[in-house]
Design a protein around this ligand. Structure first.
Ligand SMILES: [Cu+2]
Length: 200
């Protein structure tokens, strides 16, 4: 008798509690926007260039897990970005001007068939990072958080700018913390809808 229940799909580390949490996060996001409570930071050892800290980001149709990304300015992280959704997603880490630049750049891909990765060049001065993953794919990128990131007036976010995805909930704030895990800047408020890129 075949063991259908034992079929392994290790590339999609999604368990039922996670899915439940996702469903609840949807509700939270829709009902109270960015004013909802975020979990308190958990102390961790900041990453170094010789020993990057693993930061796991899961992408779904259409949200990110976790609900907030804790980063220490100046640390080096290994971003493990997993697309557990059915369509291509991206993780753009950067301040709000950077998010707006990506939103504008990728607006040109509206109407493209689902699947292909939008071909977009980094906006001038972009000091964040962008990771694109297709369904079921995991992409690792080592990246160093800019030392002055916490002083960005707008705060930093992790967002997906494939057209329509931000509005569907694909954005979480970055919380900058010190090496003891204590916040050193306020967690930014997420605009539910980004300004329409000029010219459209
Ligand atoms: Cu997306």
């Amino acid at each position: 008798m075949p063991h259908h229940g034992d079929v392994h799909t290790p590339r999609l580390p999604v368990d039922r509690p996670t899915l439940l949490a996702l469903a609840m996060a949807t509700t939270t996001l829709a009902s109270c926007g960015a004013s909802g409570p975020t979990p308190p930071p958990t102390p961790f050892t900041p990453g170094a260039s010789s020993a990057p800290r693993n930061v796991i980001v899961q992408m779904y149709d259409y949200r990110f897990v976790p609900e907030v990304i804790d980063l220490v300015p100046g640390e080096t992280v290994n971003l493990q970005v997993i697309d557990g959704g059915l369509v291509v997603h991206e993780a753009v880490l950067g301040d709000m001007p950077a998010q707006l630049a990506w939103e504008a750049a990728e607006a040109a891909t509206v109407g493209a068939p689902p699947g292909p990765t939008p071909l977009v060049s980094p906006p001038p001065g972009f000091d964040g990072t962008r990771i694109v993953a297709s369904s079921g794919q995991r992409v690792d990128v080592v990246w160093t958080v800019p030392a002055n990131a916490a002083s960005a007036p707008s705060g930093w976010f992790l967002g997906c700018h494939i057209p329509g995805h931000w509005e569907k909930g694909m954005v979480v704030p970055v919380r900058f913390v010190d090496s003891a895990g204590q916040p050193i800047a306020s967690t930014p408020v997420i605009p539910s809808i980004l300004p329409t890129p000029s010219g459209s």
